[in-house]
Design a protein around this ligand. Sequence first.
Ligand SMILES: Nc1ncnc2c1ncn2[C@@H]1O[C@H](COP(=O)(O)OP(=O)(O)OP(=O)(O)O)[C@@H](O)[C@H]1O
Length: 605
Amino acid sequence: MPRLLGKEWWAARIANWLEQIRQGDVELFLQIFREYFHRFWRRYIVIFILIGIASGATAVTAWLVKDIVNSVFVDRNADLLIPLVVMVLAIFLAKGLSTYFQTVLSQRISNAMVADIQKRLMNHVLTQRLDFFSQNGSDELLMRFNQGAQAFNQILNLVLVNGLRDVMTLAALVAVMVIQDPVLTLVSFTVAPVVFYGVSVLVKKLKDLSREELAGFSDLNRLVRETVQGIPVIKAYNLERAQRDDSQEVIERIQDRRDRMAALQAAPIPLLDTVGGIAVSLAILYAGFRMISGAYDAGTFMSFLTALLLAADPARRLSQMRVKLRRSFMGVQMVFDLLNNDDSEPSGTRELPGPVMGEGQATAPAIAFRGIEFSYDKEKPILTGLDLEIAPGEMVALVGPSGAGKSTLFKLLLKFHAPDAGRVELFGNDVAELDNAALRGAISFVGQSNFIFAGSIRDNLSLRNATVSQDQIEAACRAVGLHDDIAALPKGYDTDVGELGTMISGGQAQRLNMARAIIKDAPILLLDEVTSALDAENEQLIKDYIRAQAQHKTVLVIAHRLSTVKEADRIALVQDGRIAAQGRHDELAATNSYYEKIVALQFAA
Ligand SMILES: Nc1ncnc2c1ncn2[C@@H]1O[C@H](COP(=O)(O)OP(=O)(O)OP(=O)(O)O)[C@@H](O)[C@H]1O
């Protein structure tokens, strides 16, 4: 026996094949099936019945050819002509209608699945820790939301609408062939392994191409986003040409991969036509010899041949389906990779006993950082044993060199990150034990990014909290000097702020963010560089507001402008990973060299 066909060779082949099934497309399809079958099983059954009708109708057409040829054309039996024609018409009508309903029903199932996948993706993304967002850019996420989710649709369409129908049609046609002549069927199918082998080669080649195509979509998302968000920089630095060249490269890369995939996806057609031609020739050769020797009737052979020819289409589609599926599975794989890789935010369960500024809790500091050690990447330490306590009702300003870790302290308090060592406390509670929503509900935070949501100014201020009144919104905007500007707009508070706030100025965006925090009215106020983009008049307004709030709230401000921090009860200098010095403005200016230097620089003019 040749080595190639030895026992071990076969065992290795089978093991390899099983492994491919376990890890590959079949497993993915089964996962989709497991997760979604129970929701749609009634509709699946209707689909199966409809597919059964359509495939049965095709097979019966081939079957009828025998009677048409033998009774009408050979025996010239006029009585059967009309009934046979009526039957043919009825069969085609049944096939058409069942295919229509089956298509609509399957499409609805796949639409429901795509919608469900997109909802799951959004839920998943929203629950992840902040690190997730540093690792997964919005461009790649968008690709998973669009192309990835649509891949589920394609798979169901391919497998249910086309695949199942074609498998059943093929099975019914093969049954007709076997009934007419089993030996002839066997002769015709001797060429089938060539198709299986050819298709498996194509599938392998397609894998890399479809991955590259999806990566291309992610790049294209990035370029469109950069163009929209960075258009002032692009124009100011005459970067239109560079941006156009970059996008052309990406678009052409996608086009190239799609062209190559189209060639691979179409390759089963000539393969099947050639192999099909050989099958038909073999059938004619074998049947021809038997006809000539008188062992055959024309009707049987014509019925067999009709079935064989009718089988060509579903067989061609099935071999193409296998190749097309590979591409869709790549999208599904990317979605499942994201969903299966869960790094959700931990949350404690303890609620904050209210009211948080109540007398009973006055003994505990409002905020405490105790022995905090922290680094983002475990290599570059940011905080190295930082201690800081802020009493209820106190206003503390954090100052220090850029990159010292001031904003990081806010992020630790908000539980965006967890310290490597030490603990952060809010009113005596370890924040790790607090329920995230309760913790964040007690804090009004204004960060440096001044994020504006799409929608109206009102939406941006009320943040979909229906209990926020127009009076509250107006009072907050008056406090930050925005009300008159907004009232002068034709649509007032209903004005759309435009995508990413491109229609409003930096200072307005900063004050809008500040107004949001005022409306939230939480007992802790965290303000990170909230006056950096403001003119002197507006800075004074915000300073007045902060001073007024400091009477009954705990306020922690970060600012490089000393005019903003001067009036704090205490100034804490964050330097070299810890609180290097603290005290009132005058004390620090007299005792700390760094502070003295920035005072000299800022007040020199
Ligand atoms: N998500 C992140 N991943 C990795 N490193 C980060 C991340 N965020 C901040 N850093 C780094 O941590 C350090 C402290 O950053 P942080 O924003 O807390 O500084 P800061 O004192 O507020 O600075 P600035 O005054 O410029 O706002 C910086 O070196 C910064 O590059």
